[in-house]
Design a protein around this ligand. Structure first.
Ligand code: ADP
Ligand code: ZN
Length: 600
């Protein structure tokens, strides 16, 4: 059940309970009246002991002078009422409710019906395997490979080494007997390590597809839910299901959610998680030689995993799924454009080159966005311009066309972005400027897009320093050109400071020398990291802060110098931006009077 439904459901239960409670109180008054028979009623009427009486249809409620309360039933309401009224007793007569059947239905049957309805709803949910009260059942989704459209290695591109490493597993799943007969040991657990979107789930599914076996998948975060004991029983259930369908693959996504080192969290351990993890270990240890299940798990944080998970006989095979390089990206683009009609001007190689840092999921998303954009324009083919727009969207979030930006803000943004761009163009060893825009997107009012020429794995100090200067270029332009500074540079400053921090603390690029200074407070809540906080003294902390400040200040100084020297160019670019909102690499070169071959 989705949270929305769960909420609605809770409210419904509360409403029903309220109705019931209301009813009880409504009738409660009547229960304090002692029931008497008709004879006693007549006797009371004659006795002068009645203080007040209330007729409710044919029901009679009597309060005596000595405070006793009685109730009974009479067919002769009128006679008795008259008689008592004459004696001076307080008489209240309420007419018989002729809608009593309807009232009855409303009061007694509606809640009943609601209850019955809810009951059925529940049962239905449980059978369908919904989450509502289905605590013990695993949420494993099973994909039995349908020979027609199963995922195979053909769908996975750019990670050939990973596929090679998995060939053996496929072989085993296809023909387990062959291996067990000669006593060969096959890994039970394979840990796929890689950033989100690199295709870990996809490749695991493809292994199942290639071998033609069922694929069970569950996410680690599904285990860590609700009540203690639930996760463990889900694990048990999952493996029982898998055993019945062996040979098969069990895939656990985000295993770090359950597999974090035990007893390391803040405020003691997390019982639920530990129980779940223990159960997982028990299941894997319980595999017989003929249990033909391969457990595959995915994580991007192998460092936080409990060492017990990585011991022999558990996840002892570790495969790194890397981010794709240019060639890999091209292959992935080819896979995803297989069924998409491409215009003649589309050059997948260029797209691959200009999407450094994109993972498979990003590229799949890019292709899909491009197709959507083309379709919206009623095109029959997806063209290069559609890919360009799609790339901006994937990189920067959708345009906020309707955002209301004042002229003043627009002006400031134009100078700010021009500042970034000019500093980037004037300094050597920086990424080429691809595009500058003052169309608001996501949280940003504008953007200067730089794309690295190739995949970078290491950075030199000059590149990092210049990067900081480029980031400070926005603020510098505001100050030099407009004489005022705004909050618009907040994110730039944060990013610049982060680079500077890493230069000092991780990459040994300051006067503190090549030393690793871990001051990461940010991961305190993630299990074991808590142990490695602060490895230095207050004194060192002060030095670090001073070094970081020096680096950022230097970057800002460089930026201010460049902007001051090139005021005319900044001005020209800002004006052009205000006019056109977006300018590309070619126009930038034209504005700068450059014939720069670095322009992409
Ligand atoms: P992960 O599990 O690593 O987070 P997924 O396997 O869920 O990533 O990838 C999400 C989607 O991205 C896939 O369904 C696929 O469409 C695309 N994708 C990711 N990696 C690749 C790849 N190497 N080849 C082809 N498509 C990929
Ligand atoms: Zn900026």
């Amino acid at each position: 059940m989705s949270p929305v439904y769960r909420n609605a459901f809770l409210w419904m239960i509360i409403a029903v309970l309220m109705i019931l409670l209301f009813n009880m109180f409504n009738n409660a008054g009547n229960y304090s009246f002692v029931k008497i028979d008709y004879t006693k009623l007549i006797r009371l009427v004659d006795s002068d002991k009645i203080k007040s009486v209330r007729f409710d249809g044919n029901e009679v409620y009597i309060t005596t002078t000595d405070g006793k309360r009685y109730r009974t039933y009479t067919p002769e309401v009128k006679d008795i009422a008259d008689k008592l009224a004459k004696k001076g007793v307080d008489v209240v007569v309420k007419p018989k409710e002729n809608n009593s059947i309807l009232t009855n239905i409303l009061i007694y049957w509606v809640p009943m019906i609601v209850f019955i309805f809810l009951w059925f709803y529940f049962m239905n949910q449980m059978n369908k395997g919904g989450k509502a009260l289905n605590f013990g059942k695993s949420n494993a989704r099973m994909f039995v490979s349908d020979p027609k459209n199963r995922v195979t290695f053909k769908d996975v591109a750019g990670i050939d080494e990973v596929k090679d490493e998995l060939l053996e597993i496929i072989e085993f799943l296809k023909n387990p007997g062959k291996f067990t007969k000669i006593g060969a040991k096959i890994p039970k657990g394979v840990l796929l390590v890689g950033a989100p979107g690199t295709g870990k789930t996809l490749v695991a599914k493809a292994v199942a597809g290639e071998a033609g076996v069922p694929f069970f998948t569950i996410s680690g975060s599904d285990f860590v839910e609700m009540f203690v004991g639930v996760g463990a029983s889900r694990v048990r259930d999952l493996f029982n299901q898998a055993k019945r369908n062996a040979p098969c693959i069990v895939f656990i996504d985000e295993i770090d959610a359950v597999g974090r080192q035990r007893g390391a969290g803040v405020g003691g351990g997390n019982d639920e998680r530990e129980q779940t993890l223990n159960q997982l270990l028990v299941e894997m240890d319980g595999f017989q030689t003929d249990t033909n299940i391969i457990v595959m798990a995915a994580t991007n944080r192998p460092d936080v995993l409990d060492p017990a998970l990585l011991r022999p006989g558990r996840f002892d095979r570790r495969i790194v799924v890397p981010k794709p390089d240019v060639k890999g990206r091209l292959e992935i683009l080819k896979v995803h454009t297989r069924k998409i009609p491409l215009g003649d001007d589309v050059d997948l190689e260029i797209i691959a080159k200009t999407t450094s840092g994109f993972v498979g999921a990003d590229l799949a998303n890019l292709v899909n966005e491009a197709a959507l954009i083309a379709a919206r324009k009623n095109k029959t083919k997806v063209e290069m311009e559609d890919f360009d727009l799609a790339k901006d969207k994937v990189l920067l979030g959708p345009e906020r066309k309707n955002a209301i930006i004042s002229e003043r803000e627009k002006r400031i943004t134009a100078y700010h972005e021009s500042g970034h761009a000019i500093v980037a163009k004037m300094l050597p060893n920086t990424d080429p400027v691809h595009k500058v825009s003052i169309i608001p997107r996501g949280m940003a009012l504008g953007v200067t897009q730089q794309l690295p020429e190739d995949d970078k794995y290491t950075y030199d100090k000059e590149y990092l320093m210049n990067r900081i200067a480029v980031l400070m270029g926005g603020r510098a332009a505001e100050e030099v050109m407009l004489g005022s500074i705004t909050t618009g540079a907040g994110n730039d400053i944060e990013r610049a400071t982060e680079i500077a921090r890493r230069m000092v603390c991780e990459w040994g690029m300051s006067s503190l020398g090549p030393i690793h200074l871990s001051d990461e407070g940010k991961e305190v809540f993630l299990g074991r990291d808590i142990a490695v906080r602060k490895t230095f003294s207050e004194e060192t902390a002060r030095l670090i802060d001073a070094e970081i400040k020096k680096i950022v200040d230097d970057g800002y100084r460089i930026a201010v110098e460049i902007i001051t020297e090139n005021k005319d160019k900044v001005e020209k670019m800002a004006q052009r931006l205000l006019e056109k909102e977006v300018i590309d690499a070619k126009e930038i070169d034209e504005i700068l009077g450059l014939n720069d071959d670095r322009a992409a």
